[in-house]
Design a protein around this ligand. Sequence first.
Ligand SMILES: NC(=O)c1ccc[n+]([C@@H]2O[C@H](COP(=O)([O-])OP(=O)(O)OC[C@H]3O[C@@H](n4cnc5c(N)ncnc54)[C@H](OP(=O)(O)O)[C@@H]3O)[C@@H](O)[C@H]2O)c1
Length: 164
Amino acid sequence: MKKIIISAIAKNGVIGRSNGEMPWHSKEEFQHFKSTTFGFPVIMGRVTFETLGKPLKGRLNVIITSNNNLKYDFNDVKIFNSLEQAFEFCESQKFEKVFIIGGGKIYKQAMKYVDEMIISIMNFEAEGDVFFPEINPRNWKIISSEKRNEFEILTYVRRKADDE
Ligand SMILES: NC(=O)c1ccc[n+]([C@@H]2O[C@H](COP(=O)([O-])OP(=O)(O)OC[C@H]3O[C@@H](n4cnc5c(N)ncnc54)[C@H](OP(=O)(O)O)[C@@H]3O)[C@@H](O)[C@H]2O)c1
């Protein structure tokens, strides 16, 4: 099962605000996010889920929390106490791939597990206090870039030992 991070990052590295707010709304970027993730599980932190307010349609919404009593009244939602448990569950359901959709705390922990990162670099800076973790070019290489109006999509894959 392929594990993929998907994120949108402002020019200054900001991805959000710790009060849960998203600093921008880009229809174009949301459309890209939707078409890429549709049909596959989306794994997210509890804060990100509460920011969304409801499950993303057409996808199994997997939420990570340390709260054993957390419950939501929605179908298509699964709750786990760790990223590892969430991966194990998705693996057991035979999904071809899963997307890790944020936020900052989840990206930081997921980075060591993922095979690929699909990153929208927005054309603007944003105000916020949640940042994407550093992408070390020693570990990651860009295999494609695609320009859109408001952003550029960079696809990163993990470098292998024999890459130059
Ligand atoms: N630009 C983008 O692409 C993008 C994407 C997604 C989100 N965002 C933004 O990012 C911000 C939220 O990020 P965030 O870092 O504050 O929160 P987050 O990563 O969405 O969620 C953090 C929460 O996840 C749970 N959690 C994390 N690691 C865990 C672990 N190992 N075990 C158990 N539970 C764990 C905890 O929930 P409990 O407190 O319930 O224990 C923790 O408080 C928002 O502003 C959102 O809009 C941006």
